[in-house]
Write a protein that binds this ligand. Structure first.
Ligand SMILES: [Zn+2]
Ligand SMILES: [Zn+2]
Length: 271
């Protein structure tokens, strides 16, 4: 079984010091057949917070250099992970449409001007309220924005939330998930399984994989799932892909998807 890691960060992201070439070489030795560089683009963040912006031309030049050197060994794809926010969708659109990418991941890193990574977001909110606000914000963004290919880490909030039972479960937000999936399927967007979501954090047990999420996506006609490690270094490239590909297979997902020139490429999920 071969894999493309569709979500990785290089030193064009503020929180990584790994170069594109280092990641490409590590990807070749870990026997990935493809790697997408999806560095952070977060604009419109509140005053006093640090956004994320990289020189897209420089990142693409570094990628192109690797394509020339290593392109016969694996697929190397230029991408971006854009933080979607309702108030700046037009500005995001302008940046995305001005460049040629292989893959654009649309993620939520801010919800109504607060980052669920930080405790402030959860103040005076029950888990239901905190997660509902996040889901509604995500639905609003993808309903009003088209220029992306993949729904990045749909479960972002569950990584950082302070609650004991933190998994974002299908059964708790059936209507929200259904709306979310219907928009994605209708618009031809892929759903990402981000394996970083299942890592323990600060000594706390991690969120769990919820098969009902992916079963329901499939049931509604969803076919395209990408696997992303969200690696910020060479250690986690392709992390746990075999394990999660097998879980996806059990949910009825027959393919794994990656993107080239903004078009989905479906490979049979052989696990
Ligand atoms: Zn992200
Ligand atoms: Zn990321």
């Amino acid at each position: 079984m071969t894999f493309t890691d569709t979500h990785t960060h290089s030193d064009f992201s503020r929180d990584s010091i790994t170069t594109v070439a280092q990641s490409v070489r590590a990807a070749i030795s870990s026997r990935l057949t493809g790697i997408s560089f999806t560095d952070h683009l977060d604009i419109g963040v509140p005053q006093g917070s640090v956004g994320d912006y990289f020189e897209i031309g420089d990142q693409q030049a570094a990628i192109q250099e690797c394509v020339l050197k290593y392109g016969t060994c694996l697929g190397i794809y230029a991408g971006v992970e854009v933080g979607l926010q309702k108030h700046c969708l037009n500005e995001i659109q302008k940046i995305i449409s001005a460049h040629r990418f292989d893959i654009v991941i649309g993620s939520i890193h801010w919800v109504n001007h607060l980052d669920p990574y930080c405790g402030e977001y959860y103040v005076n909110k029950s888990i239901k309220e905190a997660y509902r606000e996040y889901m509604e914000f995500y639905i609003d963004c993808i309903g009003n924005y088209n220029d992306f290919d993949v729904l990045g880490h749909y479960d972002y909030i569950s990584r950082y939330s302070p609650y004991k039972e933190k998994t974002l479960l299908y059964r708790d937000f059936k209507d929200h998930f259904d709306t979310f999936f219907k928009i994605a399927i209708e618009k031809g967007k892929a759903l990402e399984l981000n394996t970083r979501s299942f890592l323990p954090r600060n000594g706390q047990p991690p969120p769990q994989f919820d098969p009902d999420v992916f079963k329901r996506y499939r049931e509604l006609g969803g076919e395209m799932v990408t696997l992303g490690s969200n690696a910020h270094d060479t250690q986690r490239l392709g992390d746990n892909f075999e394990l999660f590909a097998a879980k996806l297979k059990k949910c009825g997902l027959r393919y794994l998807t990656h993107f080239k020139e903004r078009k989905p490429v479906l490979t049979p999920n052989e696990l």
